[in-house]
Design a protein around this ligand. Structure first.
Ligand code: NAD
Length: 430
């Protein structure tokens, strides 16, 4: 069994650390935020992710999982150190590398003996070389190897994804080091591709850009379907049965969000521009995504008129179901726009309201979906949490001031909603 350090306890770092400890390794999670470390030491994750808390409790109790603010406790005599810090979008659109740099410095200062540094953060192509350069400033390059190992987990199913990945991508100059990281992952039984550093880094960006492209593609189809009287959900179903196309990421709606797709597509476009490539497809993907959010508000105005003095109920705030992550959630643009146009907003989300309140204090947060619907002039579905599929929509109809329902995630059947008396709009449906 290996000694593993994980730098950063966000969605990627914490789940990675927990997974490796569950496989029997000794894992140290290093975090700079004392509040997060305090919570983790009490067995509480600082974000919502299904199944995570039980795993933390079990592995911490077994003495295999530790949390610390101190690199000196974790880094020396680690066999592997995973860098899992954030790489948010900077003002120019590039990925911000300051957290990666600080993590690499912190590791370099405490390295003892041969260690493999694994970069799991999504980083611009060439960052593996940057980490190598930083570490070389502290120690002899013979004492370490840098391996790129991009992460593909999805928030909301992160634990399952980390235990059962579709594939493991590894990139390195030192192929023997990459093989050691492959051996560490062997218990997961996933196919492993070993390639060079830059190719591994690029695989992550290309994957996210492709998934975002599928979403923007179907959203463009949705717009066209609405005008031509076709139903985009049936179109996507019909397309998805074609094995060459497949059914995934063809859900029309108010667009993608979250901590990955928006920043990664933007960062890839930035890197392309820097190299004098013209990333016209990526630009279109981003433009369509912004339009999907704004068009939803435009449709709201079309349906109920001037928003001044109107009350809008909202179901769902997180960027997707089963997470409390609000980073670049479509709800932010949609609610802000409606608020700017004079609407009073009442919202309900099963997990994300505390985080949403920090960003949108002007929203009234409701205890139930029914409270959000009460006295509303329109109800918007922005995130497709399962519990919204089970609502008593007859009761929702009774509670509302005007029964106008805008379904941004195609949760409801149009015919059912119309039968109940709703004026129903579903993105891309006739
Ligand atoms: P996050 O922001 O949730 O977590 C990062 C954590 O690192 C924070 O807790 C922060 O306090 C900590 N940190 C920052 N600097 C540190 C330092 N020097 N030392 C120790 N801790 C430090 O980020 P995330 O969502 O887990 O994403 C991490 C990386 O993985 C990003 O590059 C992201 O693009 C990528 N990624 C994320 C997902 C996802 O679904 N969230 C999926 C795949 C890949």
């Amino acid at each position: 069994m290996a000694k593993i350090s994980v730098i950063g306890t966000g969605y990627v770092g914490l789940v990675t650390g927990v997974c490796f400890s569950d496989l029997g390794n000794e894992v140290w999670c290093v975090e700079i935020d004392p509040q997060k470390v305090d919570m983790l030491k009490k067995g509480k994750p600082h974000f919502y992710e299904p199944g995570l808390e039980e795993l933390i409790t079990r592995n911490a109790a077994a003495g295999r999982l530790q949390f610390t603010l101190d690199y000196a406790k974790a880094v020396p005599d680690s066999d592997f150190i995973f860098i899992c810090v954030g790489t948010p979008m900077s003002d120019c659109g590039a990925a911000e590398l300051k957290y990666v740099r600080t993590a690499a410095e912190g590791i370099g200062e405490h390295l003892e003996g041969y260690t493999i540094i694994v970069n799991k953060s999504t980083v611009p192509i060439g960052t593996g070389d940057l980490v190598t350069e930083i570490l070389s400033g502290h120690t002899d390059p013979a004492n370490f190897a840098v391996v790129s190992n991009p992460e593909f987990l999805r928030e909301g199913s992160a634990v399952t994804d980390v235990f059962s990945p579709d594939r493991i991508i590894l990139g390195a100059v030192d192929q023997a080091a990459a093989q050691k990281v492959a051996d560490l992952h062997a218990p997961l039984g996933a196919p492993i591709i070993i390639t060079d550093l830059r190719t591994a880094e690029m695989i992550k960006y290309a994957s996210n850009a492709f998934l975002a492209t599928r979403i923007s593609f179907i959203n463009e189809m949705a717009h066209i379907c609405e005008r031509l009287g076709a139903d985009v959900r049936e179109v996507a179903r019909g397309m998805g049965m074609d094995k060459r196309i497949g059914p995934h990421f063809l859900n029309a709606g108010v667009g993608y969000g979250g901590s990955c797709f928006p920043k990664d597509v933007r960062a890839l476009a930035y890197m392309a521009e820097e190299q004098d490539c013209h990333p016209q497809l990526l630009e279109a993907v981003m433009e369509i995504n912004t339009d999907a959010r704004l068009r939803f508000v435009a449709r709201l105005v079309e349906m109920i008129g001037d928003l001044q003095g109107k009350t809008i109920g909202v179901l769902g705030l997180s960027f997707k179901p089963n997470t409390d992550d609000m980073r670049d959630a479509p709800s932010l643009d949609i609610l802000t726009r409606a608020h700017e146009l004079g609407a009073t907003i009442k919202a309900y989300d099963p997990q994300a309201m505390a985080r949403a309140e920090e960003i949108m204090p002007w929203v009234t947060y409701c205890a139930t979906p029914y409270d959000a619907a009460k006295e509303a002039d329109a109800l918007l579905v922005v995130t497709e949490w399962n519990e919204f599929k089970q609502l008593d929509m007859k009761h929702v109809h009774e509670l509302m001031r005007k029964p106008v329902l805008l379904d941004g995630r195609l949760v409801y059947e149009p015919a059912d909603m119309r039968r109940l008396g709703f004026q129903y709009y579903g993105v891309g449906r006739p």
